[in-house]
Design a protein around this ligand. Structure first.
Ligand code: FAD
Ligand code: SF4
Length: 397
């Protein structure tokens, strides 16, 4: 039988089958659909093509000589914002969920790809195409595990939807942009979040068990700008653990190999990015990449308090010193870690400089990971902007 669809299709892989990107697979979901046909071009871990896709999406690739674009990608504008009335239970103040709800309510899109959790497990991701505000709200808060968001792509074509919003992290969005033209949509909106250090479900359990005092009651956590991991527990209490006290020797293998080789922390191909790391503590950080992103942010402007982004401190020394410490799996005793956290918080990088600190620390770590584990991929897989960022530091052999 000939296909009625204009694009080529292939048989989706079974959940248990090995993915084309092998151990580097981030379980983005593409291979769970017939769009696996395009995997060799589309997969972020097989064919890194951020520069080309930036040109297609934003009409230009980032200007490597502009220091802000080098780090944060193509953008028109950055701002710090928080919702005047935060959404209870959201990861931060719920700007992502609010934009999605507004787009659906105003009929700008017919559906929203987002990720809820399964009934049995609050951290087990369950991607859906939401068609009501309630379904979007039920997807609020991070599922801090690899999530196959693109596994719902076949449903889009079947549903006949023409205008769609996709919420997702960098690796999902790279693959999505690569197959965008095959989806048969009139308009695709992409709302991204930054993403780093993700884990599979078993890795999450190990992280919680090695780091939290009460792993089974954690409902939500974040690596925050005060150099501490903040855990929120079921009873509403908060627990903080300094970054420098993390058991790096035990945690080395926890992060997914995909995340150890990712250089798209800031979600370069989304229209609008909503994170926190370039903003003051308690605020969210917003990067408007293009006119579509501006249109999306404008929808919730009257629900937000905003302030300009700022930058303070100097990250370079702290990054340089953390490179061998991570590499050797050194863990400081808790008293020293707390002291270091306090000192760094007082004198350390803030605002955009904190975001650069986090990008530099992760890119140098990941560069070494790819160099050691996939040396044949190093040159093509590391984007030019990341090579420039990593080039500022002295790396061990
Ligand atoms: P909410 O309104 O609570 O909505 C959250 C949205 O995220 C939901 O729509 C849901 O569909 C989507 N989502 C949840 N889990 C996943 C997932 N696993 N994959 C794809 N989509 C998902 N920001 C930074 O600035 N620095 C970071 O280092 C950073 N790391 C992150 C790591 C992960 C794994 C994730 C998912 C996000 C990360 N973020 C990071 C983004 C940040 O934590 C918030 O998600 C963002 O600021 C939005 O907050 P909110 O309150 O507006 O979101
Ligand atoms: Fe397929 Fe996505 Fe895994 Fe690449 S990362 S192999 S596209 S599921």
């Amino acid at each position: 039988m000939t296909s009625v669809y204009p694009h080529k299709k292939a048989k989706a892989l079974k959940p248990s089958s090995r993915r084309p990107a092998k151990e580097l697979c981030s379980e983005c979901g593409l291979c769970d659909t017939y769009y696996i046909h395009y995997v060799k071009e589309a997969c972020a871990f097989i064919n890194q093509q951020i520069g080309e896709l930036e040109e297609e999406t934003h009409e230009r690739s980032r200007n490597l000589d502009n220091p802000d674009e080098l780090y944060f990608g193509v953008h028109q504008h950055m701002t710090a914002a928080r919702k005047q009335q935060p959404i209870e239970g959201a990861q931060w103040t719920g700007i992502v969920s609010s934009i999605a709800i507004e787009m659906l309510n105003r009929g700008i899109v017919e559906g929203v790809v987002c990720v809820q959790n399964t009934k049995e497990d609050r951290f087990q991701p369950m991607p859906i195409i939401a068609r009501t505000p309630e379904e979007i709200l039920a997807a609020r808060v991070n599922k801090p595990t690899l999530s196959p968001n693109l596994s719902v792509l076949e449903q889009i074509e079947k549903s006949g939807m023409k205008r769609l919003l996709v919420i997702g992290v960098g690796c999902q969005i790279q693959a999505l942009r690569a197959v965008e033209k095959q989806l048969g949509l009139e308009k695709l909106y992409v709302l991204g979040t930054p993403c780093v250090d993700n884990v599979n479900r078993a890795g999450l359990q190990k992280f919680l068990e090695t780091t939290s005092r009460s792993p089974e009651t954690v409902v939500h956590y974040e690596f925050m700008q005060d150099f501490r991991v903040h855990f929120k527990h079921e009873d509403g209490s908060t627990e903080t653990v300094p970054f420098f006290g993390l058991k790096t020797n035990k945690l080395k293998d926890v992060f997914a190999p995909s995340c150890m080789s990712c250089f798209d922390y800031v979600n370069s191909l989304a229209d609008l990015v909503v994170g926190y790391m370039g903003a003051p503590f308690g605020w969210q950080w917003i990067v408007v990449r293009n006119d579509t992103g501006k249109e999306m942010l404008d929808l919730v402007k009257d629900q937000l308090k905003t302030q300009p982004v700022t930058s303070q401190g100097n990250r370079t020394e702290a990054v340089q010193q953390s490179i061998p410490a991570y590499d050797k799996g050194v863990t400081l005793p808790m008293w020293a870690a707390k002291l270091m956290g306090v000192v760094i918080e007082k004198i350390g990088p803030k605002g955009l400089e904190y975001a650069r600190f986090s990008i530099d620390s992760h890119f140098t770590r990941n560069y070494l990971y790819v160099k050691r584990n996939h040396p044949d991929k190093l040159d093509a897989h590391v984007p030019e902007f990341a090579k420039r960022i990593v080039g500022q530091y002295k790396l061990p052999e």
